[in-house]
Design a binder for this molecule. Structure first.
Ligand code: ADP
Ligand code: ZN
Ligand code: ZN
Length: 743
C-alpha cells in the first residue's frame, strides 16, 4: 500500500478553512493537480470543490481524513490565476475564499459545464452516464418541488409558514429551470463534436481616426502603460472616451492579448454591444447575468481555448477564466453599481479589476467624466496616472443649465402638476424642433407613498419599515414594497380607519401620465426597474430612442449612465431634491456625479443642449458645482472635506450589519459587539439605518474606520477574529455581515 497523498480543497461555503482530503487507491496522485474539481463529502453533503494544494501535511489525525469521492472529469480545471484572485478578494473583503468560489462558479454555471462536458465526452457510455445523472437530478428536483407545493397548498392562508414554503418552492422552480435547461442543452449537443474557437480577423480597425486631442490622450495612456501604471482617463462627457477604449483594445489584441471591458450595468452594455461589435465582430463576447445561460457558457468556453477576444461584461465577468489578459477597461469607474452589496463577496468591480490587473501584470484603463474621489486620490499620490481629455469630439459647448425653483413657481401658480410652465415650454420647443427629451425622476412607481385623508396613516409594508408605493399597470392598481417585493391589492381605503387614501408625490409612472396629457402628440417611453424586468423591452427602448423613434424618454437613474444619443437636446430632472440631503458622507459626491453625468447625455452632436433642474432648494451648493472643472475645483474641495473628517479615501470604512427577527436582540448584540470592538477600533454606532426593518429582519449597523497604514491588513484580520469569536460565543452565526468599503 502506498502512502496517502493529502490535498486541501476549497468548498463553496462560508468556511474559514480549506478542508483536507486524501486521494483514494484507485486514483493516481499524479492525476490530481491544483485547480482540479473534485467531488467530496462535507458534513454528509456532496460538494464540488477545487483542489488548492497537493501533497500537504495534514494537521488532523489521518484516521479522520476522508477520501475524495471522485475527480469531476466533466468540469474544467480552475486556473491558478483565478484562485489567486479569489484569495485576494477574500482577504480584502473579509469573506471566505469559498464564498468567492461560489460567486465565481454558481451552481447554475456548474450545471451548464456538466451539460457541456456531456456533449464533449468521448465515449458513448460516459456521455450516457453524464446525461443519466443530469436526468436524475431533474427528477429529484421535480419531486422535491412537488412535495413543497403540496405542503404549501395545505398551509393556512396568510401564515409565515405558507410564505416561507412559497419562497422555497419558488427557489426550487428556479433550480429546476436551470437544471432542465442544462439537460436540454446537453441532449441537444450530445451529437456535437468538440470544436475549437479562434475568433476571426478583427473588424475595420482603421475606421477610427482619433482627433488631435484624443491622439494626445492615447499617447499619454500608452506611455503610462509602459511605466506599468494604471491610468485614469478623465474625459468630459462626449469627448470620445469610448473611441479611445476601442483603439487601446485593438492595440492589445493586435499584440496577441485578450481584453476585458467592464461596465457597471447591463443597460449600458446593450448600447455598447452594438458599437463594439462594429469594430470587433466575432471577437466580441458579451457576458452578464441577463444573457442566456447557454450563451454565458459558450463565452467561458471560447475564452478557455481562444485568443484575441474582447469580453464586454458586468462585474461578474472578472471571475471568468482569464488568460493572456493584456488590457482591462473599467468604463464609468465612479459608478456605485460596481459594488456588490449582497451576498458576499461584497466586492467593488473597479477595485477587483485593479487586483486582477496586478495578478496578470496587464494594463488597466479606468475612465469617467466624473471620477470617484478614490481615483483622484490615487492619481494625486502618484499611484495612478491622470490623463485628461477636455474637448468634446464634436466640439459642442457645455449644455446650459437652468434651475427652476418649484416653491417659487408654485406661489406664482406656475406649476401644472409636476411640471413648471417654463419647463413645459422648453419641452414644447424641443419637440417643435424635432429634438429628443429625457426626463429623470429617481422614484419608480406611480406614487412613492400614500396617506389617509382622515387619520394621517401612511400604509407600510407588513414586513419592512417603509411605506408601500402605489403602482398602476395594465389597468390594475397595487401597493408594492420596493424592499421585499410584497404586493397588496389597492382599495383606496385606509387600512386603519377606512378613510380615503391619497397618493403622496409622483413616481415615474405618474410623470409618464402627465407627460402624455401635456404632449399628446409625442411618442413616449419609460425606462425603470419595472419596465426593465423585460430585458428585450429595455434593449428595444434604448435602440428606438437612439434611432429617434421615441421623443420623450422618462426614467430613473438608469438614464444617467453613459448612453450616447445623437438627437437628444434637453435633459430634465423633475424633483432633484431626492438626490440631496441623504445622510451619508458620499451624498454630495454622488449627487454631483449623477447630475453631471445626466447633463452629459445631451448636446453630443454639435448642437448645444439644455439641462433643466426643478428643485425646491435652488441654493444647494451641489448645483453650483455642476460644470466646474473636474479634478480641480469641486472635487478638490470635496477631497479636502474627506481629509478633514477622516473619511475615505483617507481612511477605510468597514461596516458591520446585524439582522435579527427580534429587535431587542439585534439591539443588545449590536451594542455588545460594538463594545468589544471599541477597545481597539474607532467605532461609530450601532445605529438603526433609515430603513431599519426589511423582510421581518431588524437591522442595526456600525461603522469602523481604520487608518490606511502598514497595520491595515493586520487590523482587518483582528476585526474579523473579534467578530467570529463573538458569533461563536453568542451562538449568533448567520446574523452578521461585514462590508468593506460600503457604497
Ligand atoms: P464619451 O464616452 O466620452 O462620453 P463617446 O465615446 O460616446 O464619448 O463619444 C461621443 C460621440 O462622439 C460618439 O457619438 C462618438 O461616436 C463620437 N466620436 C468620438 N470620437 C470619435 C472619433 N475619433 N471618430 C468618430 N466619432 C467619434
Ligand atoms: Zn385612516
Ligand atoms: Zn417589504
Amino acid at each position: 500500500m502506498r502512502a496517502k497523498t493529502y490535498i486541501s480543497v476549497i468548498l463553496p461555503l462560508k468556511l474559514e478553512w480549506e478542508p483536507c482530503y486524501s486521494i483514494p487507491e484507485e486514483i493516481s496522485p499524479e492525476d490530481v493537480v491544483i485547480g482540479d474539481r473534485v467531488k467530496v463529502m462535507f458534513a454528509n453533503k456532496p460538494y464540488s470543490g477545487v483542489v488548492s494544494a497537493v501533497g500537504i501535511c495534514p494537521d488532523t489525525a489521518a484516521s479522520k481524513i476522508k477520501d475524495i469521492e471522485d475527480i469531476e472529469n466533466g468540469l474544467e480545471r480552475i486556473l491558478q490565476d483565478e484562485i489567486e484572485l479569489w484569495r485576494r478578494v477574500s482577504e480584502y473583503y473579509l469573506c471566505t475564499i469559498g464564498e468567492v468560489y461560489k460567486a465565481a462558479y454558481p451552481v447554475s454555471k456548474i450545471n451548464l459545464e456538466e451539460a457541456h462536458a456531456a456533449s464533449l465526452a468521448k465515449s458513448r457510455a460516459r456521455k450516457e452516464r453524464l446525461l443519466d445523472s443530469m436526468r436524475l437530478k431533474v427528477e429529484r428536483i421535480k419531486e422535491r418541488l412537488r412535495k413543497k407545493e403540496e405542503l404549501e397548498s395545505k398551509a393556512k392562508e396568510g401564515t409565515k409558514t405558507k410564505v416561507k414554503l412559497g419562497e422555497e418552492a419558488a427557489k426550487l422552480r428556479q433550480e429546476l429551470a436551470t437544471a432542465a435547461e442544462a439537460l436540454e442543452a446537453a441532449e441537444r449537443n450530445s451529437a456535437a463534436e468538440n470544436c475549437s474557437h479562434t475568433a476571426e480577423a478583427p473588424g475595420p480597425e482603421n475606421s477610427i481616426i482619433l482627433s488631435e486631442a484624443q491622439k494626445d490622450a492615447e499617447r499619454q495612456i500608452q506611455e503610462a502603460f509602459k511605466a506599468k501604471k494604471p491610468v485614469l482617463l478623465n474625459g468630459i462627457t462626449g469627448s470620445g472616451k469610448t473611441e479611445i477604449y476601442i483603439k487601446c483594445a485593438h492595440e492589445a489584441i493586435r499584440k496577441g492579448g485578450n481584453v476585458l471591458y467592464l461596465v457597471p450595468e447591463i443597460a449600458l452594455s446593450r448600447q455598447l454591444e452594438d458599437r463594439l461589435s462594429e469594430h470587433f465582430g466575432e471577437r466580441l463576447l458579451v457576458f452578464h447575468s441577463a444573457e442566456t445561460a447557454a450563451s454565458r457558457r459558450s463565452t467561458a468556453e471560447i475564452m478557455r481555448s481562444g485568443h484575441g477576444y474582447i469580453v464586454l461584461g458586468t462585474r461578474s465577468s472578472l471571475f471568468l477564466p482569464h488568460h493572456d489578459l493584456r488590457l482591462i477597461i473599467v468604463d464609468e469607474e465612479h459608478d456605485s453599481s460596481y459594488k456588490q452589496d449582497s451576498p458576499a463577496p461584497r466586492y467593488n468591480g473597479r477595485d477587483t479589476a485593479l487586483m486582477l490587473s496586478q495578478i496578470h501584470g496587464c494594463n488597466i484603463l479606468l475612465g469617467s467624466a466624473t471620477p470617484s474621489l478614490e481615483e483622484l486620490y490615487n492619481c494625486g499620490c502618484g499611484r495612478h496616472v491622470l490623463v485628461a481629455l477636455k474637448e468634446r469630439y464634436h466640439g459642442t459647448e457645455d449644455s446650459d443649465i437652468e434651475i427652476i425653483d418649484t416653491k417659487a413657481e408654485r406661489r406664482k401658480r406656475g406649476m401644472c402638476g409636476n411640471f413648471s410652465r417654463k419647463l413645459i415650454s422648453h419641452i414644447q420647443n424641443a419637440l417643435n424642433n424635432g429634438e429628443q427629451v429625457m426626463i429623470l425622476r429617481s422614484r419608480r412607481a406611480w406614487a412613492p407613498s400614500m396617506q389617509c385623508d382622515e387619520c394621517g396613516e401612511i400604509p407600510k409594508c407588513p414586513h419592512c419599515n417603509v411605506s408601500m408605493s402605489l403602482h398602476k399597470s395594465g389597468g390594475q392598481e397595487v401597493m408594492l414594497c420596493h424592499y421585499c417585493g410584497k404586493q397588496l391589492p389597492y382599495t383606496g381605503k385606509c387600512p386603519k380607519c377606512s378613510g380615503a387614501l391619497k397618493p403622496l408625490g409622483a413616481g415615474t409612472q405618474k410623470i409618464e401620465e402627465e407627460v402624455a396629457a401635456l404632449f399628446p402628440q409625442a411618442r413616449i417611453a419609460r425606462l425603470d426597474r419595472d419596465t426593465a424586468q423585460n430585458k428585450s423591452f429595455e434593449t428595444q427602448t434604448i435602440r428606438e430612442f437612439g434611432k429617434g423613434n421615441i421623443d420623450i424618454l422618462i426614467g430613473t437613474q438608469m438614464l444617467t449612465k453613459g448612453f450616447d444619443f445623437g438627437g437628444l437636446s434637453l435633459v430634465v430632472v423633475i424633483t432633484a431634491d431626492t438626490f440631496l440631503g441623504i445622510q451619508d458622507f458620499r451624498a454630495d459626491e454622488k449627487a454631483l456625479q449623477t447630475l453631471e453625468q445626466f447633463r452629459g447625455r445631451c448636446g453630443r452632436r454639435g448642437r448645444k443642449g439644455l439641462f433643466v433642474i426643478q428643485t425646491s432648494q435652488p441654493e444647494h451648493p451641489v448645483y453650483s458645482m455642476i460644470g466646474t472643472e473636474r479634478a480641480s475645483g469641486a472635487d478638490m474641495s470635496l477631497l479636502q472635506e474627506r481629509k478633514d473628517f477622516d473619511f475615505p479615501p483617507y481612511t477605510r470604512i468597514i461596516e458591520i450589519s446585524i439582522r435579527d427577527r427580534f429587535e431587542d436582540r439585534a439591539e443588545r448584540h449590536a451594542s455588545e459587539l460594538a463594545q468589544s470592538l471599541r477597545g481597539r477600533f474607532d467605532v461609530t454606532g450601532p445605529y438603526a439605518p433609515v430603513v431599519d426593518k426589511v423582510a421581518d429582519q431588524h437591522i442595526r449597523v456600525m461603522r469602523i474606520s481604520m487608518k490606511k497604514d502598514r497595520n491595515l491588513s493586520m487590523n482587518k484580520k483582528a476585526l474579523t477574529r473579534i467578530v467570529q469569536e463573538f458569533e461563536k460565543k453568542r451562538k449568533y452565526e448567520g446574523h452578521l455581515t461585514i462590508n468593506v468599503d460600503p457604497a
